[in-house]
Design a protein around this ligand. Structure first.
Ligand code: CP
Length: 306
């Protein structure tokens, strides 16, 4: 099936073959750089929540395809601040005839709400603590670039596994490639049962630990995430867990030489800058790779022949 004019709300909207196709085309765009293949196409970037990477890389991806962007980077800069609903905001943007709506919003399911209203395809750029499907495409691309193969890897996922939407999408995306997962988190931030059920259903091996040192020696990939402060119900709960994990250079002592460390960013205090210069660090490669991956996804939505 083609991705032409399709909504991308969840990793579950993509088959393994479609994920592979996006990654292949991303490699092509990474080599090619800027093109004018989609001159005249317009993306509306509707960001109701803060973003640096997702907003800027989608903006650049559109421009590197020869297209252009419109939109906003803060709900406060829109008529939402006057009390307008999400539904009316999306109806308005859709009425302008844009070619794609790329939306980030704090509510789980908001991208689906927008897709149900809009005629234009909607891409979920993060809906609350639910999913961030295009980040997981970036993550897979960087893993493939660094490891050469996505299959049969032992992936350690460390941090706020309850609230981190990038983690949720990553688990679903990697599940196509026979992974083994180690989920590393304080008990309060453990991965939701629904993801564990999904992995059991697919016969994918996983374990849960509280200390990364229990699994570091056999990891191929360590994926670190920050505490998602904005998702905690109270500041007290956040303060209680703040600083409960921190990855520094010493993590490499017990690790495989070719371990790669990923982080969707932003980071706060969970990943030391002392790792930035080491070969194992791949998080600024993720940011770089994200433009080509988003070019590929947009090109397929706009209609690259399949
Ligand atoms: N990875 C990611 O979603 O970063 P931003 O919040 O800066 O977009």
């Amino acid at each position: 099936m083609s991705l032409h004019k399709r909504d991308i709300l969840s990793v579950k909207d993509l088959t393994k073959e479609e994920i592979v196709k996006i990654l292949e085309l991303a490699k092509w765009y990474a080599a090619k750089g800027r093109t004018d293949h989609f001159k005249g196409k317009v993306a509306a970037l509707c960001f109701f929540e803060p973003s640096t990477r997702t907003f800027v890389s989608f903006d650049l991806a559109m421009k590197y395809l020869g297209g252009s962007t419109t939109g906003f980077q803060s709900a406060g800069a829109t008529s939402i601040a006057k009390g307008e609903s999400l539904q009316d905001t999306i109806k308005t943007i859709d009425s302008y005839g844009v070619d794609v709506i790329i939306m980030r919003h704090p509510q789980i399911g908001s991208a689906k709400t927008a897709a149900d209203i809009a005629k234009s395809p909607v891409v979920n750029a993060g809906d609350g603590s639910n999913e961030h499907p295009t980040q997981s495409l970036v993550d897979l691309y960087t893993i493939q670039e660094r490891k050469g193969d996505l299959n049969n890897l032992h992936i350690g996922v460390l941090g706020d596994l309850k609230n981190a939407r990038t983690v949720h999408s990553l688990i679903l995306a990697l599940s196509h490639f026979s992974p083994r997962f180690s989920f590393i988190s304080p008990k309060e931030l453990a991965i939701d049962d629904s993801y564990k059920e999904e992995l059991k259903r697919k016969s994918i091996d996983f374990r849960e630990v509280e200390n990364v040192n229990e699994v570091i020696g056999s990891l191929d990939v360590l994926y670190v995430t920050r505490l998602q402060k904005e998702r905690f119900e109270t500041l007290e709960e956040y303060e209680k867990l703040k600083g409960s994990y921190n990855i520094g250079r010493s993590i490499l002592e017990g690790a495989k030489k070719d371990l790669i460390i990923l982080h969707p960013l932003p980071r706060i205090d969970e990943l030391s800058t002392e790792l930035d210069a080491v070969e194992n660090a791949a998080y600024f490669q993720q940011t770089k790779d994200s433009i080509a991956v988003r070019q590929a996804l947009l090109a397929l939505i706009f209609g690259v022949p399949s």
